[in-house]
Every structure is written in structure tokens, then in C-alpha cells.
Design a protein around this ligand. Structure first.
Ligand SMILES: Nc1nc2c(ncn2[C@@H]2O[C@H](COP(=O)(O)OP(=O)(O)OP(=O)(O)O)[C@@H](O)[C@H]2O)c(=O)[nH]1
Ligand SMILES: [Mg+2]
Length: 225
């Protein structure tokens, strides 16, 4: 069997302070390092290029757009999506890609349900985010008769051909639940491994709950039904 090559896809928007650490730590697990830039106005692109990553630009529509560009551009057989803000530990990459290499899964999601999160607890916005994502998770589990513990985490690996077959449409972070639902609809095998989510190292989240909650509910319903 041919060895599967891995492309690590790093969506990044204004992450110059954390991206060098991520690129450096991902290097040993990646055959290709692909940074998808969302029109950063800081030194993200310069830092990424200096460290030898290939940099491509999204269309300025959001992280989902960025992941779609990564899925299109990647040369590897397996994609690993990892945030550039320091929330994910690159040393978890082997756990994410091994089940795919062993042909035991088509997508492997890092589960914060199993591995814990610094970002889902501590204030009202985080509580509402957690309740919302749990309601969506319960809906997915009931509909597809599965027992997932995280439908939202951006830290995940997927076979490139499976990702390309999904015809993903969401422009923002709703792309993660869309990917999960569409994998289940297509009968792709999803596994989870525990990964811990750390608080972003610098700067602010792009997610403002009051602006995005409706899109989460809407994309959940249209993809599920
Ligand atoms: N290419 C691209 N990347 C983006 C865009 N928006 C955000 N990102 C990146 O996507 C990743 C996730 O964004 P975050 O803002 O951390 O979203 P989040 O992790 O759900 O939110 P927090 O939990 O608050 O960290 C980070 O690496 C961002 O730099 C975009 O429009 N285009
Ligand atoms: Mg983050």
C-alpha cells in the first residue's frame, strides 16, 4: 500500500504572534505545510513564508472559506486542520492521522468532550456556546444514531478525497458541524480521540456568539434535514 502523505492546513488570520510556534511544531508531522491566510493585516504571511510554509489566500469570507481553499489546494492524501492561535497541541497529530492510515476511519476529530477545554468555561458567553454546541451534538447523535462527543472542534484529520466529496458550503466556523453531518450522511467513518483545547495564546476570537448563533442553528437544520 502506498504511504499516505499528510498536509497540515493552518487557517490563519492575524496570528503573527503564535503561528511560528505552530508551524515549527507541526513540521515533523507534515509532508506539506499549508497556511491559508484570511487577509491578515499583520505579519502572519511573512512569518509563515519565512518558515517555509506554502501560503495561499482565501476569499475573505471566513474560516470555512479558508478550510475549503485548503481542501482544494492540498497535495497530501490526509488533511489535518489545526488552528494558528495555539489552541491545539501539534503533538496530537499522530493520534489524529493514525486511524486514517490504518484505514479504520475517514475522519478523526479531536474531542474536547474527552480531552477538556479551557475555552468552554468561565463566562456567560462560553456557557451559552457550550449549551448550543451540546444541543447540536445531541441532535446529530440522535439523527445518525452515533455517540459523538464533539461535533465542533476544528482540530481534526480527514482523508483528502473524503473532504473533497463533501461539497462544503459554510463560510464561517459552522463548516466544522457541516463537515461532521455530511460525513455521517455519506457513511464515512468518524472516530474521535481526546485532545485538549487551550485558550488562544494572543488576541481575540473571531466568534461573537450574538452574530453567529443564527447561522449555527440554520446550518445545523439545513444540513441535518
Ligand atoms: N484563513 C482564515 N483563517 C481564519 C479566518 N478567521 C479565523 N481564522 C483562523 O481560524 C482559526 C480559528 O479561529 P478562532 O478565532 O480562534 O476561532 P475559535 O477557535 O473557534 O475561537 P476561540 O475559541 O475564541 O479561540 C484561527 O487560526 C484563526 O486565525 C478567516 O477568515 N480565514
Ligand atoms: Mg481559537
Amino acid at each position: 500500500m502506498k504511504t499516505m502523505k499528510t498536509t497540515v492546513v493552518i487557517p490563519a488570520k492575524n496570528e503573527e504572534r503564535s503561528i511560528s510556534k505552530i508551524i515549527t511544531k507541526c513540521r515533523k508531522y507534515a509532508d506539506e505545510l499549508l497556511v491559508v491566510d484570511g487577509y491578515s493585516t499583520d505579519g502572519t504571511v511573512r512569518v509563515a513564508r519565512k518558515l517555509g510554509a506554502r501560503v495561499v489566500q482565501d476569499h475573505g469570507l471566513g474560516k470555512g472559506d479558508g478550510l475549503r481553499v485548503g481542501i482544494r489546494e492540498a497535495k497530501g492524501d490526509i488533511l489535518v486542520f489545526i488552528d494558528a492561535d495555539g489552541s491545539h497541541d501539534p503533538n496530537d497529530i499522530p493520534k489524529l492521522i493514525t486511524p486514517i492510515k490504518q484505514n479504520k476511519a475517514d475522519m478523526v476529530v479531536g474531542s474536547r468532550g474527552m480531552g477538556g477545554s479551557d475555552e468552554l468555561h468561565g463566562d456567560v458567553e462560553k456557557l451559552l456556546r457550550m449549551i448550543g454546541s451540546d444541543i447540536i451534538l445531541i441532535g446529530i447523535n440522535k439523527k445518525f444514531k452515533v455517540n459523538l462527543t464533539d461535533s465542533q472542534n476544528g482540530y481534526r484529520a480527514i482523508r483528502t478525497d473524503a473532504a473533497r466529496a463533501l461539497n462544503l458550503k459554510e463560510n464561517i466556523t459552522t463548516i466544522e458541524q457541516e463537515m461532521t453531518i455530511k460525513c455521517l450522511k455519506k457513511g464515512f467513518r468518524i472516530s474521535e480521540v481526546p485532545t485538549h483545547e487551550y485558550a488562544r495564546e494572543h488576541g481575540a476570537s473571531v466568534i461573537k456568539l450574538r452574530k453567529v448563533w443564527f447561522r449555527y442553528v440554520w446550518s445545523f437544520l439545513i444540513n441535518l434535514l
